[in-house]
Design a protein around this ligand. Sequence first.
Ligand code: SAH
Length: 223
Amino acid sequence: MIATAQQIAGIGFTSQRTRTRMVCRLMDRGIHNEHLLQVLNTVPRHMFVDEAIASRAYEDVALPIGEGQTISQPYAVARMSEILLEDGPLRRVLEVGTGSGYQAAVLSQLADQVFSVERIRSLLDKARLRFRALQYRNIHTRYSDGGWGWASHGPFDGIMVTAAPRTVPEALLEQLAMGGRMIVPIGEQRKDQSLTIITRTPAGFVSRAESDVNFVPFLSGKS
Ligand code: SAH
Protein backbone atom coordinates (compact mmCIF):
# COMPACT_ATOMS: atom_id res chain seq x y z
CA MET A 1 0.00 0.00 0.00
CA ILE A 2 1.27 3.47 -0.84
CA ALA A 3 1.41 5.81 2.16
CA THR A 4 -0.71 8.92 1.99
CA ALA A 5 0.86 12.35 2.39
CA GLN A 6 -0.85 12.55 5.77
CA GLN A 7 0.76 9.30 6.92
CA ILE A 8 4.19 10.47 5.77
CA ALA A 9 3.70 13.79 7.58
CA GLY A 10 2.65 11.73 10.61
CA ILE A 11 5.94 9.81 10.58
CA GLY A 12 7.87 13.08 10.38
CA PHE A 13 5.89 14.52 13.22
CA THR A 14 6.44 11.48 15.43
CA SER A 15 10.21 11.54 14.89
CA GLN A 16 10.33 15.28 15.60
CA ARG A 17 8.52 14.68 18.89
CA THR A 18 10.84 11.86 19.97
CA ARG A 19 13.83 13.95 18.89
CA THR A 20 12.68 16.85 21.03
CA ARG A 21 12.27 14.46 23.97
CA MET A 22 15.85 13.29 23.43
CA VAL A 23 17.02 16.91 23.52
CA CYS A 24 15.11 17.53 26.77
CA ARG A 25 16.82 14.51 28.35
CA LEU A 26 20.20 15.85 27.23
CA MET A 27 19.39 19.21 28.84
CA ASP A 28 18.47 17.37 32.05
CA ARG A 29 21.88 15.69 31.92
CA GLY A 30 23.63 19.08 31.73
CA ILE A 31 24.07 19.87 28.03
CA HIS A 32 23.38 23.58 27.71
CA ASN A 33 24.96 24.99 24.52
CA GLU A 34 21.91 26.52 22.77
CA HIS A 35 23.19 26.19 19.23
CA LEU A 36 24.15 22.56 19.79
CA LEU A 37 20.73 21.75 21.29
CA GLN A 38 19.04 23.30 18.25
CA VAL A 39 21.20 21.19 15.94
CA LEU A 40 20.46 17.99 17.87
CA ASN A 41 16.78 18.87 17.55
CA THR A 42 17.03 18.92 13.76
CA VAL A 43 19.52 16.26 12.61
CA PRO A 44 17.40 13.15 11.84
CA ARG A 45 19.27 10.53 13.88
CA HIS A 46 16.83 7.81 12.74
CA MET A 47 18.25 8.18 9.20
CA PHE A 48 21.70 7.11 10.42
CA VAL A 49 20.72 3.60 11.54
CA ASP A 50 19.16 0.68 9.67
CA GLU A 51 15.41 0.90 9.26
CA ALA A 52 14.90 -2.15 11.49
CA ILE A 53 16.14 -0.24 14.55
CA ALA A 54 15.11 3.28 13.50
CA SER A 55 12.40 3.32 16.17
CA ARG A 56 15.15 3.13 18.83
CA ALA A 57 17.27 5.90 17.33
CA TYR A 58 16.35 8.50 19.95
CA GLU A 59 16.99 6.34 23.02
CA ASP A 60 20.11 7.36 24.92
CA VAL A 61 22.07 4.27 23.91
CA ALA A 62 24.72 3.28 21.39
CA LEU A 63 23.20 1.15 18.61
CA PRO A 64 24.82 -1.34 16.20
CA ILE A 65 25.61 -0.07 12.69
CA GLY A 66 27.23 -3.27 11.34
CA GLU A 67 30.87 -4.47 11.15
CA GLY A 68 30.89 -4.68 14.96
CA GLN A 69 30.68 -0.88 15.25
CA THR A 70 28.16 1.41 16.92
CA ILE A 71 26.62 4.85 16.50
CA SER A 72 27.62 6.67 19.69
CA GLN A 73 24.91 7.35 22.24
CA PRO A 74 23.33 10.82 21.99
CA TYR A 75 24.84 11.96 25.30
CA ALA A 76 28.38 11.13 24.12
CA VAL A 77 27.80 12.96 20.81
CA ALA A 78 26.39 15.98 22.67
CA ARG A 79 29.05 16.12 25.37
CA MET A 80 31.95 15.73 22.94
CA SER A 81 30.50 18.38 20.62
CA GLU A 82 29.92 20.75 23.53
CA ILE A 83 33.51 20.39 24.72
CA LEU A 84 34.82 21.02 21.21
CA LEU A 85 32.78 24.24 21.05
CA GLU A 86 33.96 25.61 24.41
CA ASP A 87 36.48 28.00 22.82
CA GLY A 88 33.95 29.43 20.36
CA PRO A 89 32.90 28.72 16.77
CA LEU A 90 34.78 26.13 14.75
CA ARG A 91 36.08 26.55 11.24
CA ARG A 92 37.72 23.26 10.33
CA VAL A 93 37.08 20.03 12.19
CA LEU A 94 38.58 16.59 11.70
CA GLU A 95 36.61 13.57 12.86
CA VAL A 96 38.28 10.17 13.08
CA GLY A 97 35.72 7.36 12.76
CA THR A 98 32.84 8.40 10.47
CA GLY A 99 30.82 5.28 11.36
CA SER A 100 27.16 6.03 10.68
CA GLY A 101 27.92 9.67 9.85
CA TYR A 102 25.67 11.05 12.61
CA GLN A 103 28.39 12.82 14.58
CA ALA A 104 29.77 14.33 11.36
CA ALA A 105 26.27 15.56 10.46
CA VAL A 106 25.97 17.25 13.87
CA LEU A 107 29.42 18.82 13.48
CA SER A 108 28.58 20.02 9.97
CA GLN A 109 25.97 22.33 11.48
CA LEU A 110 28.46 23.70 14.01
CA ALA A 111 31.61 24.14 11.91
CA ASP A 112 32.41 25.60 8.48
CA GLN A 113 33.99 22.40 7.12
CA VAL A 114 34.08 18.85 8.46
CA PHE A 115 36.67 16.29 7.37
CA SER A 116 35.83 12.76 8.44
CA VAL A 117 37.97 9.65 8.03
CA GLU A 118 36.81 6.00 8.31
CA ARG A 119 38.76 2.74 7.97
CA ILE A 120 35.79 0.45 7.11
CA ARG A 121 34.74 0.88 3.49
CA SER A 122 31.16 -0.40 3.76
CA LEU A 123 30.34 1.96 6.64
CA LEU A 124 31.85 4.91 4.81
CA ASP A 125 29.87 4.13 1.64
CA LYS A 126 26.60 4.14 3.62
CA ALA A 127 27.49 7.36 5.44
CA ARG A 128 28.31 9.06 2.13
CA LEU A 129 24.88 8.13 0.74
CA ARG A 130 23.25 9.65 3.83
CA PHE A 131 25.23 12.89 3.51
CA ARG A 132 24.17 13.16 -0.12
CA ALA A 133 20.51 12.38 0.55
CA LEU A 134 20.36 14.85 3.42
CA GLN A 135 22.42 17.46 1.50
CA TYR A 136 25.21 17.95 4.03
CA ARG A 137 27.56 19.58 1.56
CA ASN A 138 30.34 20.67 3.93
CA ILE A 139 31.30 17.14 5.00
CA HIS A 140 34.35 15.71 3.23
CA THR A 141 35.21 12.06 3.74
CA ARG A 142 38.19 9.83 3.21
CA TYR A 143 38.70 6.06 3.32
CA SER A 144 41.84 5.77 5.41
CA ASP A 145 43.39 4.88 8.73
CA GLY A 146 42.58 7.99 10.74
CA GLY A 147 45.79 7.63 12.71
CA TRP A 148 47.37 9.56 9.84
CA GLY A 149 44.86 12.38 10.14
CA TRP A 150 44.30 14.34 6.92
CA ALA A 151 47.32 16.62 6.67
CA SER A 152 46.46 18.27 3.35
CA HIS A 153 43.34 19.82 4.93
CA GLY A 154 44.89 20.72 8.28
CA PRO A 155 45.63 22.27 10.61
CA PHE A 156 42.27 21.80 12.33
CA ASP A 157 40.89 23.93 15.11
CA GLY A 158 38.97 20.91 16.37
CA ILE A 159 39.74 17.18 16.20
CA MET A 160 37.30 14.58 17.49
CA VAL A 161 38.26 10.92 17.72
CA THR A 162 35.24 8.63 18.09
CA ALA A 163 37.14 5.36 18.70
CA ALA A 164 39.50 4.74 21.60
CA PRO A 165 43.28 4.53 20.96
CA ARG A 166 45.80 3.47 23.63
CA THR A 167 47.74 6.67 23.05
CA VAL A 168 47.07 9.69 20.86
CA PRO A 169 48.51 9.25 17.35
CA GLU A 170 51.37 11.71 16.81
CA ALA A 171 50.03 12.86 13.41
CA LEU A 172 46.80 14.07 15.01
CA LEU A 173 48.71 16.20 17.51
CA GLU A 174 50.74 17.68 14.66
CA GLN A 175 47.58 18.60 12.73
CA LEU A 176 46.00 20.47 15.64
CA ALA A 177 46.11 24.25 15.07
CA MET A 178 47.60 26.54 17.71
CA GLY A 179 44.78 27.20 20.19
CA GLY A 180 42.86 24.22 18.80
CA ARG A 181 41.48 21.34 20.86
CA MET A 182 41.22 17.61 20.41
CA ILE A 183 38.78 15.35 22.17
CA VAL A 184 39.67 11.69 22.33
CA PRO A 185 38.67 8.71 24.48
CA ILE A 186 41.94 7.15 25.60
CA GLY A 187 42.37 3.61 26.88
CA GLU A 188 42.60 0.16 25.38
CA GLN A 189 40.17 -1.64 27.67
CA ARG A 190 36.53 -0.73 27.10
CA LYS A 191 35.97 -0.54 30.82
CA ASP A 192 38.90 1.76 31.39
CA GLN A 193 38.76 4.73 29.02
CA SER A 194 38.78 8.41 29.83
CA LEU A 195 37.55 11.25 27.68
CA THR A 196 40.64 13.39 27.21
CA ILE A 197 40.74 17.00 26.05
CA ILE A 198 44.03 18.19 24.59
CA THR A 199 44.64 21.87 23.86
CA ARG A 200 47.58 23.16 21.85
CA THR A 201 49.09 26.25 23.45
CA PRO A 202 52.30 28.17 22.67
CA ALA A 203 53.78 26.45 25.72
CA GLY A 204 52.88 22.97 24.46
CA PHE A 205 50.00 20.49 24.69
CA VAL A 206 47.81 20.72 27.79
CA SER A 207 45.56 17.79 28.58
CA ARG A 208 42.77 17.06 31.04
CA ALA A 209 40.62 13.98 31.47
CA GLU A 210 36.93 14.39 31.91
CA SER A 211 35.02 11.18 32.56
CA ASP A 212 34.88 7.46 31.99
CA VAL A 213 33.50 6.50 28.61
CA ASN A 214 32.98 3.39 26.55
CA PHE A 215 34.00 3.55 22.87
CA VAL A 216 34.85 0.91 20.30
CA PRO A 217 38.62 0.42 19.87
CA PHE A 218 40.73 2.52 17.51
CA LEU A 219 42.24 0.06 15.01
CA SER A 220 45.10 0.46 12.57
CA GLY A 221 44.93 -0.09 8.82
CA LYS A 222 41.95 -0.25 6.47
CA SER A 223 39.24 -2.90 6.25
N1 SAH B 1 31.22 8.89 14.90
C1 SAH B 1 30.55 7.63 14.63
C2 SAH B 1 30.91 6.61 15.69
C3 SAH B 1 31.21 5.31 15.05
S1 SAH B 1 32.07 4.14 16.07
C4 SAH B 1 29.06 7.84 14.52
O1 SAH B 1 28.55 8.95 14.79
O2 SAH B 1 28.35 6.90 14.14
C5 SAH B 1 33.76 4.52 15.71
C6 SAH B 1 34.20 4.34 14.27
O3 SAH B 1 35.61 4.55 14.26
C7 SAH B 1 33.96 2.98 13.65
O4 SAH B 1 33.22 3.12 12.48
C8 SAH B 1 35.37 2.45 13.36
O5 SAH B 1 35.47 1.69 12.18
C9 SAH B 1 36.15 3.74 13.25
N2 SAH B 1 37.60 3.61 13.46
C10 SAH B 1 38.27 2.89 14.40
N3 SAH B 1 39.60 3.04 14.26
C11 SAH B 1 39.78 3.89 13.20
C12 SAH B 1 40.93 4.42 12.54
N4 SAH B 1 42.18 4.12 12.91
N5 SAH B 1 40.73 5.25 11.48
C13 SAH B 1 39.48 5.57 11.06
N6 SAH B 1 38.36 5.09 11.63
C14 SAH B 1 38.51 4.26 12.69
